[in-house]
Design a protein. Structure first.
Length: 197
């Protein structure tokens, strides 16, 4: 499996984004020094795509597949793309506050700790639907790991399209998220422009 091993803060700096969107509270004190270079239109489009891929932890080929599916769906391609990325199982676990970061959420899913509608799912890219119930397995709920996670994520705001029961490590997807409620600093129109060339 391909793994992105680039240091997170360094990557955030180069993409010009805040690490808080990844669930990381650290701040980088270094400045990004670029010798007054103006970025081309292609450069801006590419950076937005890399930002979205980095935030959601998706590699190039699956990301391209998401774009192609979003293009075939009714409505705006960019909004559809963001909605599909938000509805990934690892992202939903992160949004519900059952993981500190999306990487940790991915690992939790990989390690078979997650049930969707009572069935075990270990595919981080699994697309959840409105009405799905997502929960941590009963025998894992009491582990020290989740107590530590909830201490960190307890104050985190759960998006309105999800309903979270943190005591029982259970959540419900109330509806598919509209683009307005997705708080990710990505301009998806630039991604659409890049792929539609």
């Amino acid at each position: 499996m391909a793994v992105n091993r680039v240091p997170v803060l360094k990557r955030c700096r180069s993409l010009g984004m805040d690490p808080i969107y990844l669930g990381i509270d650290k701040k980088s004190t270094r400045e990004l020094r670029r010798a007054n270079r103006k970025m081309s239109e292609y450069g801006l489009q590419l950076r937005e795509k890399q930002k979205a891929k980095f935030i959601y932890g998706v590699l190039e080929k699956p990301f391209r597949n998401y774009y192609e599916k979003a293009d075939k769906m009714p409505g705006m391609t960019g909004a559809n793309l963001m909605q599909m990325l938000e509805l990934r199982l690892d992202n939903v676990i992160f949004r519900l506050g059952f993981a500190r970061t999306r990487k940790e959420a991915r690992q939790i899913v990989d390690h078979k700790h997650v049930l969707v509608n009572g069935k075990q799912v270990n595919i981080p890219s699994y697309q959840v639907k409105a009405g799905d119930t997502v929960e941590i397995k009963e025998n894992k709920k009491s582990s020290v790991r989740y107590k530590g996670i909830l201490e960190v994520t307890g104050g985190r705001l759960v998006p309105e399209w999800l309903e979270s029961d943190q005591e029982n490590l259970k959540g419900v997807v109330k509806e598919a998220p509209a683009r307005e409620v997705i708080d990710v600093p990505v301009n998806e129109m630039l991604i659409v422009e890049l792929y539609s060339k």
